[in-house]
Write a protein that binds this ligand. Structure first.
Ligand SMILES: *[C@@H]1O[C@H](CO)[C@@H](O)[C@H](O)[C@H]1NC(C)=O
Ligand SMILES: *[C@@H]1O[C@H](CO)[C@@H](O)[C@H](O)[C@H]1NC(C)=O
Ligand SMILES: *[C@@H]1O[C@H](CO)[C@@H](O)[C@H](O)[C@H]1NC(C)=O
Ligand SMILES: *[C@@H]1O[C@H](CO)[C@@H](O)[C@H](O)[C@H]1NC(C)=O
Ligand SMILES: *[C@@H]1O[C@H](CO)[C@@H](O)[C@H](O)[C@H]1NC(C)=O
Ligand SMILES: CC(=O)N[C@H]1CO[C@H](CO)[C@@H](O)[C@@H]1O
Ligand SMILES: [Ca+2]
Length: 467
């Protein structure tokens, strides 16, 4: 008689695997063995991400409708199906149907919708391949997630994967057979534009590797112009929203999506008598990686820390007059008195001082010596903003409009010393923005949004007075 001890492991985290222990004979000569399996319920967190993907896809479907009039009827039906699908998943998430009953028919349906859409695009779009490419990319990203779901339901997901593979193959053929169309001219890393014009819909990359409870933190890529863009880092803070003691690095985007082959950097030191040294830890979600180096506000101080990812050496220097220890953080995240930023022009600190009455102060930093090169005082109260980032020497600050929308509402141009108001609305996936940083290498914003990792594409105005 084989006895199985099934142990539920609570909420299923991403990388759990079944663990079996070697069997043994009991006194009656019966073989005993125990098996620990992960929670058999449906992986709700992954499904949630997929659902958000759905929403994003239905948004892009909407765009197509206006562009391709002749396919309007079909596309509307397609969109309705996707919306219905989303509703179904929502219903299930609310507990309407237990996850174990969830059939992967849903996924199949979803992939089919995309297949139909992309096929139509294939025939109708002759000029702009960017759209097809972006859809292709999104399907690829979804397929990676489905890959991950494979461990939960092999047969069904395998079928979905076949469909995706077929779809991708057709897309590739389609791309090959087409004459190369004009590519949109994007010059990453330059400032040949007239400032921020708009922002894309959010793209949910994944849940941070520590899970839902780790709502605070930061993530991104190396923001040094020309840095290797395969590397990604994720730094959830401890659940108190204050201490950063561990940073995880992935060497590729796919590894990030699959939580695969990470390298962890630990900033705490263990001392005798179970004491822990937090000196080199970070404080708040204002960290940034620039030139193989992580820059952050050092724990319990006004210092800026400079952690070499290659050598693990930490250097530090006080940021003169900077308020710290939660004196002037941001509206929706505590302990982020000092927010580091980088753009096409280099490294910046966004913080506040008593002298400037808690209003935002911007300093350009020397990334080698950590000394302040120049400082600008703004008239925007720091706690009146939810976060800020720099693009081409211009500070942009955000504030909350409601649980679903955030607004880029304030700017300060260090090139002209002028400040101004603007209104660019960002959709949010979750309520609170814990960090927001710009990467000049792909002109994306990276957001830590209540434990989720989100990106946005920035849209710039054309340069004025340019032929
Ligand atoms: C979507 O749902 C509505 C109402 O539940 C239904 O009438 C409609 O037929 C569905 N559409 C598709 C394409 O399944
Ligand atoms: C695509 O371009 C080819 C030639 O460039 C043209 O014959 C064809 O009609 C175009 N298709 C559509 C759907 O516009
Ligand atoms: C800005 O982008 C959003 C989302 O992509 C879009 O809905 C909106 O129409 C855009 N606004 C302008 C002024 O282009
Ligand atoms: C980037 O890193 C290299 C190697 O550590 C260093 O020599 C260089 O000065 C750094 N550049 C900046 C702008 O920090
Ligand atoms: C930054 O500091 C280093 C070391 O003090 C110095 O050599 C370098 O010239 C400085 N860079 C700038 C742009 O001032
Ligand atoms: C929207 C989108 O396509 N997101 C990502 C999909 O995956 C690639 C890398 O494989 C990323 O570069 C995209 O940003
Ligand atoms: Ca920021």
């Amino acid at each position: 008689m084989l006895q199985l001890l099934i142990i539920a492991l609570g909420i299923c985290q991403a990388a759990s695997l079944a663990i079996s222990t070697p069997g043994s004979l009991d006194e009656h000569g019966v073989c005993q063995c125990s098996l620990t399996v992960p929670d058999m319920t449906f992986p709700a967190d992954r499904m949630e991400i997929l659902e958000r993907e759905n929403m994003k896809l239905s948004a892009s479907v909407q765009e197509q409708i206006t562009k391709i009039e002749e396919y309007k009827a079909t596309l509307t039906g397609c969109l309705q199906k996707l919306t219905n699908l989303t509703k179904k998943v929502e219903f299930m998430e609310m507990g309407g149907i237990s996850y174990t009953e969830l059939d992967f028919e849903l996924l199949k349906l979803e992939i089919k919708e995309m297949q139909t859409l992309v096929e139509q695009l294939r025939f109708s779009i002759n000029g702009s391949s960017a759209l097809v490419e972006s859809l292709f990319e999104e399907i690829h990203n979804i397929s990676i997630m489905v890959n991950h779901l494979e461990s939960y339901d092999k047969n069904n997901v395998l079928a979905v994967r076949h469909e995706i593979a077929a779809l991708r193959k057709r897309l590739e053929d389609c791309e090959k057979n087409r004459v190369t169309p004009t590519q949109p001219s994007i010059s990453y890393g330059t400032c040949k534009h007239g400032g921020l014009a708009n922002i894309s819909k959010p793209f949910v990359v994944q849940l941070n590797w520590l899970g839902f409870s780790y709502k605070f933190g930061g993530w991104g890529k190396d923001t040094f112009p020309g840095a290797n863009q395969d590397n990604h880092w994720v730094a959830p803070l401890q659940t108190d929203g204050r201490i950063m003691n561990i940073v995880r690095f992935y060497t590729s985007y796919d590894n990030l999506l699959l939580y695969k082959s990470p390298t962890d950097k630990i900033l705490t030191k263990n001392l005798p008598y179970n004491q822990i040294d937090y000196t080199n830890c970070g404080q708040g979600g204002g960290m940034i990686v620039y030139n193989h180096t992580m820059y952050y506000n050092c724990y319990n101080s006004r210092d800026i820390c400079k952690y070499s990812v290659d050598t693990n050496v930490v250097e530090r220097k006080p940021l003169p007059d900077a308020s710290f220890n939660n004196r002037f953080s941001y509206a929706s995240s505590s302990w982020q008195d000092i927010d580091l930023a980088s753009d096409e022009n280099g490294l910046w600190a966004i913080y506040s001082t008593e002298q400037n009455s808690g209003n935002i102060v911007i300093s350009k930093l020397n990334s080698t010596s950590l000394t302040v090169e120049k400082t600008w005082s703004t008239s925007q109260y720091k706690l009146g903003a939810t976060n800020a980032f720099m693009v081409c020497g211009v500070l942009y600050a955000t504030r909350t409009l409601n649980t679903r929308k955030e607004e880029i509402f304030y700017m300060y141009d260090t090139n002209t010393n002028k400040e101004g108001q603007l209104s660019i609305i960002l959709d949010k996936m979750m309520e609170n923005v814990q960090s927001l940083a710009y990467n000049p290498n792909d002109q994306k914003l990276f957001m830590f949004n209540d434990a989720y990792l989100i990106t946005y594409d920035l849209v710039f105005k054309p340069l004025l007075n340019q032929a």
